[in-house]
Structures are given as C-alpha cells and as structure tokens.
Design a protein around this ligand. Sequence first.
Ligand code: GTP
Length: 362
Amino acid sequence: MKALILAGGVGTRLRPLSCTRPKSLFPIVNKPLLQWTFERLAKHGISDVILAVNYQTEAAIKQHRIPKYGIHTTYSRDPLKKPLGTGGPIKKTEKQIGHSEPFLVLNGDIFSDVNYTELLKTHNEKEAIATIALHCVEDPSRYGVAELMQNGRISRFIEKPPRESAQSNLINAGTYVLSPGIFEYIPKGQQVSIERDVFPKLAEEKALYGYVYGGLWIDIGKPEDYLQINETLLDSFAYRQENKTGRNSVVREPVAFDTGVSIGEKSVIGPYVILGRNVAVGNNVHIQHSVILPGTSISDSSSIDGAILGDSVIIGEKAKIAKKCILGDHVKIRDNVTLAEGVSICPAKEVTESVFTRGNIC
Ligand code: GTP
C-alpha cells in the first residue's frame, strides 16, 4: 500500500513556532513528528510515501534529513500561492498513486498509533470508497464528526459542528484509506477540502465507512495539544538521562533530555520537561511542564512553567515565563523580564520589559 502524507498546511494555530518550521517537523520528545510517522509506516510494511507539501515545507523537510527507515519518498508540491487544501493534493498525485489498489492518507500533524493494516482490512471487507479511522473524544466540535451505523457505515459526516449539535463523539482521526474511485470526486487543480466537500457526499452515497480505534491519538494543531502529546509520551516511556547536572540540582521525572544538555547548580527540572539538543540551563533555575527546543539557553534564577520555547532562545537572569507562553525561535528575553500567562513572542524578537497581559508580541 502506498501512503500520502498531507504536510503542506500553514499551521496558523501553532504560531509563532510554525512560522519557522512545518507542523510535521515539530519535535515530539526530541524527535520530529514526521520521523515517528515514518517509523510507524515502515512497521506496517509501507514502502512508498508521497509527501504533499508546499515550497517551504518541502525545503524544510529536505533540509532536516530525517531517517526514513527504507521508505521510498517522493514529493508532490502544491502550486505556488495556490494551496490545494486537504483534497486537492490527492487528485494531484493520481498518476503517482495509480488505480491498482487502495492507498493510505495521513494528516501530517497527527500523532497516533492507528493500526494501518487493520484499517486497510476493514476497508477491503466493506468495498468502500473511503474508510476513516475514527477516534472517540470528549469535545468533537473541533473535528469532523461521523455518525456510525452498526454495520460500520458512516451515515453522516459533518466537519466541525457546534458542540451541542454534534450527534456523536467519533471524530475523523486524520487517517484514512481511499480506493482509486476517490479521484472521480475531486476536481483537478482546485483547492478542495476532503472533509467538507467529499466525505459528506460519500456518506450520502453510502460509500463511506469507519474504523473505530481506541489507542493513542492527538492532533498537535494547538499549543496545548502539542504539550499534551509530549507529556503523554513521557508517561508512556522511560527516557534515560545522561547529562551534566550540577551540584544540588534535582531532576523530577518524567523528563527527557537530548544530547549535550547541561544543567547548573541548585536547579529543579521537572516534572514533564523536555530539553532539546545542547540546551543550557544555569544555576537555580526552575522548569516544569515545558518543552524547550534545541540550542536554547536559560540563565541563572529564571523560572519556566507550562511554556514552549523555540530553537536558540536566550532567557536572561531572573526571568519568569508563565503558563501557555510560546516563544518563537531566536527570541531574546532580557534579565528580570516577566511574561504573564498566554504571551506569544514572534521569532527573533528581543523583549526588554515585562509583559503583563496575554497576547502576541511581534
Ligand atoms: P491551521 O492553519 O492551524 O488550521 O493548520 P493547517 O493549515 O495545517 O490545517 P489542518 O490542520 O486542517 O490540516 C490538516 C493536514 O493537512 C495537515 O497535516 C496540513 O499540513 C495538511 N494541509 C492543510 N492544508 C493543506 C494544503 O493546502 N496543501 C497541502 N499539501 N497540505 C495541507
């Protein structure tokens, strides 16, 4: 089975971190999301992957040189200044995919352990045009909601319904198997939303099926979800730390440190802290519930709680970074600066004074 990974979105909701990297390259416990996906695809015997990208995401992914576990990878690029949405890229790859067998489509911003082999099996049993992996969530209003019948057919598919009108808690897990018949439902060269323009129609025509899946699943589309998947994985695996920790410093598990991390004296790191490659932490620093990307340095007596810090950020002495703060790559925070809850700072910005109200600083 061939797989198509949709990886050409803009990732508005993950700004400012997505200004400088596509969502598929966000590190999840210090490993790019796309690498996790390739690992899983290889495990299920998938040897051919097409990445549906735009100019920027293609360049970023190629530059990253992530391991592909023997999977043959090609790129299909959306036209410049004309994103094709979640459906258009499928039509664009019609020739590459061919008409001989069903194929897998994955949203590139999903972390999950959906069993692709089982999904395909369900698809083949039903002779469907599309079979969607469905996941049960508490609030389905942010997703595509499926009404599933006993025989596994989806009778109705509604994208992002208001919470009170959602008829089910089963949502599109961003993973589906499609039969070549799908190409007839997508016009060529157009921006198409598979969730809004195609799935509802297939449901009406009784050609849409569901595969309910109860394992690990998270869409990293929003900062809180991104932090959540990192925490969930810290809970699931035991990460061994080999780093330079100064005298009287305390590491509270679970944490994950990449290579080259250094921690000064009397610092308290954890629980739920991920430090990327070469992150340097000074003395008397407190960090908890946060993800810190590679190359960032945090000076003495600073504290960080529930934040995401981009690549090569510099935090001055005695700075305080509160919950839900997001700092873009190369941001500089001067000594004694406090950032209140929910402050986002655009890449490369220098912040010289405290910010006491939530919002974006660009
Ligand atoms: P937001 O702007 O935060 O909504 O993110 P997004 O633009 O990535 O949209 P969404 O989360 O709905 O996208 C789902 C998946 O489809 C993601 O993996 C995107 O990378 C991908 N995607 C979305 N739009 C396009 C597009 O126009 N072209 C391509 N090739 N992929 C897309």
